[in-house]
Design a binder for this molecule. Structure first.
Ligand SMILES: *Cc1c(COP(=O)(O)O)cnc(C)c1O
Length: 425
């Protein structure tokens, strides 16, 4: 399988090249040249297959140039060290719990898979430096996923005082090849420093640089597997109804991966793009016009994105046909107050605690479902990660114990010179 650059269609590269490069010329994202389809027997027999069998069958066509089936199996076994159970909520809804991984957020799978790919592809004598800016969730998943992967060094920037103690603990407690740096500034400042590093030609002569967000094919593709794992578990709950999947979305990497699964044959009838006040995509569906805007801060902060980077992949997948996109994806925009009300409602009626992102997803699903449909939400994080928000409506929700005393971080001003000095060490 080859990959082409959306902005520069003559640029065609292997999976390995696409992973190492992240972005192509003219900052174009890479996408697969075609979408392989799975036979209908795959879906008929899916309940008898193990998750690893499903994962190999679905993912192998995308990575044939870099992995044998046996190598892929070994890698996936290292990546999926946790379950992704479905839990039924209302009579017509369920959640797929994607937060059983080491950092309790769905990004663990993509980060762990990408780390193993970079470890395999990079030159051990000339290690790759992965640069990443985070508001919390990405940094912890990347730190954990890349920990002790040979040939890769990770430098994470996070805004001082703006991540939760738990998230800070996850980023700063590992050490080894993981370095966490707090910046006296905002998340946007951190992101600007990372972008400056990635564009710094003098730095790139000294260091092989890569970034670890969902623009990278190795991070976003394995997320398609969630949708197959979900179908395997809900197939017998559908009882003739059409299946709808709601996805709490920020950069739309997760939803795009779901659309790939659909194009491969997954029997899903509709996706719901669940958003907080960052409604760029919802407005696009309504009006047909895409206008990026600055992000606004919400309680579901991992989805505070005003210009989702995977939007172009969605357009490409549907041949830039707005009607085709509308037929397959609807959207719902959920406010912070509605998010808190949904957490309260589900807690009070079912004794189940949704994190703010999953609450946005579940309410978006409820608002969208027709009587002939059954819906599943991708639950993207554990409530334990967002305990401060949860305690606003469930005061007894426990405060996680974290001991930051043995953790290691560096602190810098919002200064590119200081950051570059760390990268050159
Ligand atoms: C990253 C993240 C999202 C958004 O995922 P995208 O792929 O960027 O759309 C949603 N919820 C949580 C908890 C996240 O960490």
């Amino acid at each position: 399988m080859n990959y082409y650059n959306i902005n520069y269609k003559d640029e065609i590269v292997s999976f390995k090249e696409a992973t190492l490069r992240g972005l192509g010329k003219e900052k174009g994202l890479f996408v697969p040249e075609y979408i392989p389809s799975l036979p209908s027997s795959f879906f008929e027999e899916i309940t008898q297959k193990s998750n690893i069998e499903i994962a190999i069958e679905a993912l192998y066509p995308y990575v044939t140039d870099s992995f044998t089936r046996e190598e892929l199996q070994k890698t996936l076994e290292e990546v999926f060290v946790f379950d992704t159970p479905v839990r039924e909520l209302l009579s017509n809804t369920s959640v797929l719990e994607l937060f059983r991984g080491p950092t309790m957020a769905f990004k663990d799978v993509g980060a762990r898979f990408m780390a193993r790919c970079l470890g395999k592809f990079s030159d051990k004598n000339n290690p790759t430096t992965v640069v990443v800016a985070t508001s919390g969730d990405t940094g912890s998943a990347v730190a954990n996923g890349f920990y002790k992967v040979e040939g890769v060094r990770v430098v994470i920037l996070f805004p001082k005082g703006k991540v939760s103690p738990f998230q800070e603990y996850q980023m700063t407690s590992l050490g080894a090849n993981i370095q966490a740096v707090e910046v006296d500034g905002t998340f946007d400042d951190c992101q600007a420093l990372v972008k400056q590093a990635l564009a710094d030609t003098s730095l790139k002569k000294e260091r092989v640089l890569s970034s670890a967000n969902s623009i990278n094919v190795a991070r976003f593709l394995p997320q398609m597997l969630y949708y197959f794992f979900a179908y395997k578990q809900v197939k017998n709950l559908l009882e003739g109804k059409d299946w709808v999947v709601a996805v709490p979305s920020g950069n739309f990497g997760n939803l795009t991966a779901g659309l790939y699964a659909y194009k491969m044959g997954l029997p899903v009838s509709k996706f719901v793009a669940a958003n907080n006040a960052n409604d760029t995509f919802a407005i696009y569906l309504q009006t047909g016009n895409y206008h990026a805007k600055p992000s606004v801060a919400t309680l579901s902060n991992a989805m505070d994105v005003g210009d989702p980077s995977n939007f172009v992949r969605i357009q490409e997948l549907f041949g830039h046909n707005l009607e085709a996109i509308r037929k397959m994806i609807s959207s719902a925009v959920i406010s912070d107050q509605e998010t808190l009300d949904e957490i309260t409602y589900i807690h009070n009626t079912l004794d189940y605690t949704l994190d703010p992102h999953s609450a946005v997803g579940h309410l978006a699903l409820q608002k969208s479902l027709l009587p002939i449909q059954y819906g599943t939400v991708l639950s993207t994080a554990s409530p334990k990660k967002f305990d401060e928000v949860i305690r606003r409506v469930i005061p007894s929700f426990p405060i996680p114990k974290v001991d930051l005393s043995a953790c290691h971080k560096e602190s810098i001003e919002n200064s590119y010179t200081a950051y570059k000095e760390i990268l050159l060490r």
